[in-house]
Design a protein around this ligand. Structure first.
Ligand code: FUC
Length: 808
C-alpha cells in the first residue's frame, strides 16, 4: 500500500464510486440569528484568487486551514507555521550577517551623514547590508503551504441550490451545507488548540449518504511519499531547499459504510453514515538557535493524531468550543447592528451605501470580532507568532515571504491582543523576540561593534537579524519597538513575574545596544541614532523622528521598569540617556510634525508609512490632552498623507485619529478600509492579502472606545456619530482592569469596572462633568472624587464597580 515519489507534484487519482442519493430534507440554520458569522451562498472558486478572497480560515495557532467548500470537490488548504524554506539547512545561511568583516563601513557612513546631512539609503545598505540572494530569498527562506486535503465526492454536482458556507466566529467552526437530490449534506471543520489537530465531520441526513475519496497533495518543492494504511493517510518528505522534514497524517474514521486504503496513497469511503477526519502536521523545526532543528516529527504527530481519534468527534468539538469560547467570549461589542439575511460578500458590497446603517454597524461588529478570531486562530502559546498572513499561506513564494516584518507589521498583529482581552495570545510574540536575542548579539557586534542585540526590518523563523541590501531593510530600531510592546503587556497585566523574567531583561539588553549605537549630534549636542531613516522613505540621516521617538519610549519604559524591579543603577542610567536624547519632536515650516530632524518634509508626500506619528500611536509622547501643539502638528502631517494607503496603513490611521480624539475621522478610515481594502472573506488586503490590517482595525476600533495609555482610563474618547448608541464589555485597560461601557445618544450612560489587583482608578469622560455616581457590587459605598471630567476612586481587587452618569 505504498507509493514513493521523489521531488515533484503528487497526482491524485480520486475514486469514482457512485453515491446513492437519499431523501430527507433537513433544516438550514438561519444565518441572520448568528451575529458573528461570515456566510456565503457559494463555494470559493478553486483558484489562487478564490483562496485569497473567498476561502474561510480556521486555525489553532500552530496549524491553519482554509475551507473552499466545493460540493463535489472539497478543498482544505492547510498550513503549519514551522514549514519554511531557507535557514540553517541551506549551506551558506548566515543569519543575514556579513560573510567577512567590513572594517570602517559604519564609520564611513556616519562621516558622510555628518558631512552631507542626508545620503541615499542605498549607500547605507551597500555598506552595511548583506547582498540579496539569487534566486530570491534562497537563504532567508519563505513560509510554505503544507498542502491540500482534497475530498472528491463522486456523484455530487459542482454546485447546488440551498447552499451555505459559513464561519461561525463565536463557535470557531466553519461549515458547509447543501441539498443534493433529496439529501441534506453537512460538513463541519474546526482547528482544535487543545487537541492540536484539524477536525472535519462529513454527514448526511440519511444513513449511508457519505461517499468520497480523500487525498493530500503537496507543492512541488519537496520530496514526498504518500501511503494509506488502515484509514491513516501519511504524506511525508523533506523540503528541497533546506531538507526540513515534514509529515502530515490524516485519520479517516467512518461510521458505517466501508473504507478502502488505495495504493496511490488515497482513502475511499463508501456509503458511510458520517465520517470524521483528523488532520495533523509536524516538521523537524525547533526554535533553537543556531541549528533550528529538532527531532523527526513522526512519533509525536502519530501520538497526537491518535489521541484525537480516540476522543471522538463530540468530545473534540466540546473541548474546542470551550477552549475557543474562553477567549472569544471575553469581549462583546454591540454598535446597534442588525445583520440582514444576506451573505457576507453582499453585506460588504452594500456597506456604506446609506441604505442600512444597522447593516453597516453589523458588519463593523463582525469585522471587529473577526480581528479577535483571527488572532485566536493564528497565535497560541507554544507556537510561532502570527506572520504577515497569520498562519494561512497558499504559495511557495508568498508576498514578502509571509515573514515577520518588524517595522510595523508584526507589531500591528499584536495591537489588539491586550486591549481586547487576549493577552495570553501575545506569548508567541514574546518568545519570538526573546529568541532573536542570541543571533541578534552576533549581528550587533559584527555590524556595529555594539553590545546588546539588534534585528533589522524583516526576520524569518531562523534567527535572521542582519540587514539585506535593499534600502527598505535598514531598521535597527525593530527591537526597541518590540520592547515597547513587551513592556505594554506588563502595563496591561501588572504581571511582575513576566516583567522580571521576560520584558525587563529584553528591554535592558535592547537599551545596551542603543547606548553603544547612539552618537552625539555635533549640531546640538543631543544623542541621536545615526544612520537613521524613516521606514521606507527619504534619505538616511541622523536622528530621524521615528528612531528618536522609539528610543525615547524605550528609555522611558526602561527607567520605569528599572524602578519597579529595584534596579536603581539602570533607572539612573536610563534617566541620564533621556536627559541627553533628542526626543524627535519638531514642528516644521508648514505646521507639520517633522519626519526628520531637518525640516525637509514634502507636503505632497502620501507614503503609506506615517512613521513619525509613532509618538501618537503606539507611543504616548503626543496627545491632544498633554501636548496640544504637537498633536495639531501631527494632524497636519496626517492630513497631508491623505486617507489613501494600503490596508494596514488605513488601519494604522484609524488608531491615529482615535488617539487624536477624532472619532468621525477614525470611523471614516474604518469605512475606507472596509470599502477598499477588505476582501469578500473579510481578510485585509494590502493588496495582496496581508493580515496586519485586520488586527490594526480591531485595535483602532478599540482605541475609539477606550484608551489607557496616559494614566487615566479614557471612556469613549473618539466615539463617532455613527456609533450613537452601543455597549461593549470585557475590554482591558492598563493597570489590569476590565471595563464595560454603555452609551446612548453619543453620550456615556454607565461604565463597569473590575480590577485584578485593585488600586487607584482614574476614569475620564466629559459626561462626568454633569455628575457621576460610583457604587460597588454588593452595595458597598465607595469614596470617590470628581475633578472636571475625571473621577478617581480606589478599587478593591475583584470587586465590580458601576460608574453611572447622573442625569441619564
Ligand atoms: C512593509 C510595508 C509594505 C508591506 C510589507 C510587508 O515593508 O512597507 O507595505 O506591508 O512591509
Amino acid at each position: 500500500m505504498r507509493r514513493r515519489f521523489l521531488a515533484g507534484p503528487i497526482v491524485l487519482v480520486l475514486g469514482a464510486a457512485l453515491t446513492v442519493v437519499p431523501a430527507v430534507q433537513a433544516q438550514a440554520r438561519e444565518p441572520a440569528a448568528m451575529p458573528y458569522t461570515l456566510w456565503y451562498d457559494e463555494p470559493a472558486p478553486d483558484t489562487n484568487e478564490g483562496w485569497e478572497t473567498r476561502s474561510l480560515p480556521i486555525g489553532n495557532g500552530a496549524m491553519g486551514a482554509t475551507v473552499f467548500g466545493g460540493v463535489g470537490a472539497e478543498r482544505l488548504q492547510f498550513n503549519d507555521k514551522t514549514l519554511w524554506t531557507g535557514g540553517p539547512g541551506v549551506a551558506d545561511y548566515n543569519f543575514g550577517n556579513w560573510d567577512a568583516p567590513r572594517p570602517g563601513a559604519l564609520e564611513g557612513i556616519r562621516e558622510r551623514i555628518w558631512k552631507e546631512g542626508g545620503i541615499p539609503p542605498e549607500d547605507v545598505l551597500a555598506a552595511l547590508g548583506l547582498k540579496s540572494d539569487t534566486p530570491r530569498q534562497r537563504r532567508f527562506g519563505a513560509y510554505q503551504s503544507f498542502g491540500d486535503l482534497r475530498l472528491a465526492f463522486p456523484g455530487l454536482p459542482e454546485q447546488t441550490g440551498d447552499y451555505r458556507r459559513r464561519l461561525d466566529l463565536a463557535r470557531g467552526v466553519a461549515g458547509v451545507s447543501f441539498t443534493a437530490g433529496d439529501v441534506r449534506h453537512s460538513r463541519e471543520y474546526f482547528a482544535s488548540a487543545p487537541a492540536g489537530v484539524i477536525v472535519a465531520r462529513l454527514a448526511t441526513d440519511r444513513p449511508g449518504g457519505v461517499t468520497f475519496t480523500a487525498g493530500i497533495a503537496v507543492p512541488a518543492n519537496r520530496t514526498v511519499s504518500a501511503t494509506a494504511e488502515r484509514g491513516r493517510l501519511t504524506v511525508k518528505g523533506a523540503l528541497t531547499s533546506n531538507g526540513m522534514a515534514y509529515e502530515a497524517q490524516l485519520r479517516v474514521l467512518n461510521q458505517g459504510g466501508s473504507r478502502t486504503d488505495n495504493p496511490d496513497g488515497t482513502i475511499t469511503v463508501t456509503g458511510a453514515d458520517s465520517v470524521v477526519l483528523i488532520l495533523g502536521t509536524g516538521t523537524d523545526y525547533a526554535a533553537d538557535y543556531p541549528t533550528y532543528k529538532g527531532e523527526d516529527p513522526h512519533a509525536k504527530l502519530t501520538a497526537r493524531v491518535d489521541a484525537a481519534a480516540r476522543q471522538g468527534y463530540a468530545r473534540l468539538l466540546a473541548a474546542h468550543r470551550a477552549d475557543h469560547a474562553a477567549l472569544f467570549d471575553r469581549v462583546r461589542l454591540d454598535l446597534g447592528g442588525s445583520l440582514p439575511a444576506i451573505p457576507t460578500d453582499e453585506l460588504l458590497a452594500q456597506y456604506g451605501n446609506g441604505a442600512s446603517p444597522a447593516a453597516d454597524r453589523a458588519l463593523e461588529q463582525l469585522f471587529y470580532q473577526y480581528g479577535r478570531y483571527l488572532l485566536i486562530a493564528s497565535s497560541r502559546p507554544g507556537s510561532l507568532p502570527a506572520n504577515l498572513q497569520g498562519v494561512w499561506n497558499l504559495q511557495e513564494a508568498p508576498p514578502w515571504q509571509s515573514d515577520y516584518h518588524l517595522n510595523i507589521n508584526l507589531q500591528m498583529n499584536y495591537w489588539p491582543a491586550e486591549m481586547t482581552n487576549l493577552a495570553e495570545l501575545a506569548r508567541p510574540l514574546h518568545d519570538y523576540v526573546n529568541g532573536l536575542r542570541e543571533p541578534g548579539r552576533v549581528t550587533a557586534k559584527q555590524m556595529y561593534g555594539a553590545r546588546g542585540w539588534v534585528a533589522h526590518h524583516a526576520s524569518n523563523i531562523f534567527g535572521q537579524t542582519g540587514a539585506w541590501d535593499h534600502p527598505a531593510y535598514f531598521f535597527p530600531e525593530s527591537g526597541a519597538w518590540l520592547s515597547e510592546q513587551l513592556y505594554d503587556h506588563y502595563r496591561f497585566t501588572l504581571d511582575e513575574r513576566f516583567l522580571k523574567r521576560t520584558a525587563y531583561p529584553i528591554m535592558k539588553e535592547t537599551a545596551q545596544f542603543w547606548l553603544d549605537f547612539l552618537r552625539t549630534d555635533p549640531r546640538d549636542g543631543k544623542l541621536v541614532a545615526v544612520p537613521s531613516r524613516s521606514p521606507e522613505l527619504g534619505p538616511a540621516t541622523a536622528g530621524a523622528s521615528m528612531s528618536q521617538e522609539i528610543l525615547f519610549q524605550l528609555f522611558t519604559d526602561l527607567r520605569e521598569a528599572a524602578g519597579l524591579v529595584g534596579d536603581r543603577q539602570q533607572a539612573a542610567a536610563a534617566a541620564d540617556v533621556l536627559a541627553k536624547l533628542d526626543p524627535g519632536l519638531r514642528v516644521g515650516r508648514w505646521g507639520q510634525l517633522q519626519e526628520w530632524k531637518e525640516d525637509i518634509d514634502d507636503p505632497a508626500e502620501t507614503h503609506r508609512h506615517v512613521s513619525h506619528l509613532f509618538a501618537v500611536h503606539p507611543g504616548r509622547q503626543i496627545s491632544p490632552r498633554t501636548t496640544p501643539e504637537l498633536a495639531a502638528a501631527a494632524k497636519v502631517s496626517l492630513n497631508a498623507r491623505t486617507d489613501v494607503g494600503t490596508g494596514w496603513s488605513k488601519a494604522w490611521k484609524i488608531n491615529f485619529w482615535a488617539r487624536l480624539l477624532d472619532g468621525d475621522r477614525a470611523h471614516k478610515l474604518l469605512r475606507d478600509q472596509l470599502q477598499t481594502s477588505t476582501l469578500a472573506n473579510l481578510w485585509d488586503t494590502h493588496p495582496p492579502f496581508q493580515i496586519d490590517g485586520n488586527f490594526g482595525a480591531t485595535s483602532g476600533m478599540t482605541e475609539m472606545l477606550l484608551q489607557s495609555h496616559l494614566g487615566a482610563i479614557d471612556l469613549l474618547p473618539a466615539l463617532p456619530a455613527a456609533w450613537a448608541a452601543g455597549r461593549v464589555t470585557g475590554l482591558r485597560a492598563r493597570g489590569a482592569h476590565t471595563v464595560g461601557l454603555t452609551w446612548a445618544s453619543g453620550r456615556l450612560s454607565e461604565a463597569r469596572l473590575t480590577s485584578d489587583q485593585g488600586g487607584e482608578v482614574k476614569l475620564r469622560n466629559d459626561a462626568f462633568r454633569g455628575g457621576v455616581r460610583v457604587t460597588a457590587g454588593h452595595g458597598r459605598p465607595v469614596a470617590y472624587r470628581v475633578d472636571g471630567d475625571t473621577v478617581t476612586f480606589r478599587a478593591r481587587a475583584g470587586d465590580d464597580y458601576r460608574i453611572g452618569v447622573i442625569g441619564r
